[in-house]
Design a protein. Structure first.
Length: 249
């Protein structure tokens, strides 16, 4: 199977809870984990350069788009019907990242690459269908990855939801000595620009367990690094308690 967005189009609408996110920071993927909360990557909203990380320019607002795919026989093509909601961006308070002299994000200087988009209203016709897993993944686990990026590095065919599978090839502890991330390489699904923030799911007896969030493609799509959501389980659940409380009128 090719890159995740070149693996298979989600024409069956199997992965409605995986959404596209647009902001002045660009386009990313994410996953609906509560009726009004989307989990994604922090670097989608915060500029990451070779200079020391600065939180001040981080984007505060974003628009979340859920697509339902319909086949139009008269056009012989699939149409993505969008449902949207604006939302407030909540970046993990410990997030930090920096690029190396080759332009890639330095894995030794990336921590807590997670963010929540708290939606103003629920997305019509789509409900969260994943469970949060506190248990870490292991090498060799087969995971499903989903995203909206192009089918190859710098290709122009992004914007459609696609999915594929791959096996975890490596696991490492982050610089804070608390979080972890895991990597895919070799054959199987990989990710590209626009897939950042998309999920890695462990499927077990029909249940979908969220285990990782795409931390950005590496080496032009030959590797895929994911932040372990299991490592940040407590932070995610704490944010859900805050974002799902009724807002003051």
């Amino acid at each position: 199977m090719n890159g995740v967005s070149g693996g298979r189009d989600d024409q069956e609408n199997l992965w409605r809870a995986i959404v596209r996110i647009r902001s002045v920071g660009g386009s990313c993927s994410g996953i609906l984990i509560a009726p009004q909360a989307v989990l994604t990557a922090a670097h989608c909203f915060c500029p990451v350069t070779q200079a020391a990380f600065n939180r001040k320019p981080c984007v505060k607002k974003a628009t979340v788009i859920s697509h339902f795919y319909l086949y139009r026989p008269e056009q012989r093509a699939w149409e993505a019907v969008p449902e949207t909601s604006p939302g407030d961006v909540i970046v993990h308070e410990d997030f930090t990242a920096q690029r190396n002299d080759r332009g890639f994000v330095d894995p030794d200087k990336r921590v807590a690459d997670l963010a929540i988009v708290a939606l103003e209203h629920e997305l019509s016709g789509v409900k969260p269908d994943v469970l949060l897993r506190s248990k870490e993944v292991s090498e060799g686990d087969e995971l499903t990855v989903i995203g909206y990026g192009p089918s190859a590095h710098e290709a122009q065919n992004g914007g459609l939801r696609r999915y594929g599978t791959n096996e975890v090839s490596a696991i490492r502890t982050l610089a804070d000595q608390r979080g972890r991330e895991f990597r895919f390489n070799g054959s199987g699904a990989h990710t590209h620009e626009g897939d950042s923030g998309g999920p890695a799911l462990y499927i077990d007896e029909g249940k979908r367990w969220l285990v990782g969030i795409n931390g950005g493609y590496a080496e032009n799509g030959t590797q895929s690094w994911f932040t372990s959501t299991s490592s940040y389980y407590d932070w995610i659940t704490a944010q859900l308690e805050k974002t799902q409380k009724p807002r003051a009128p």
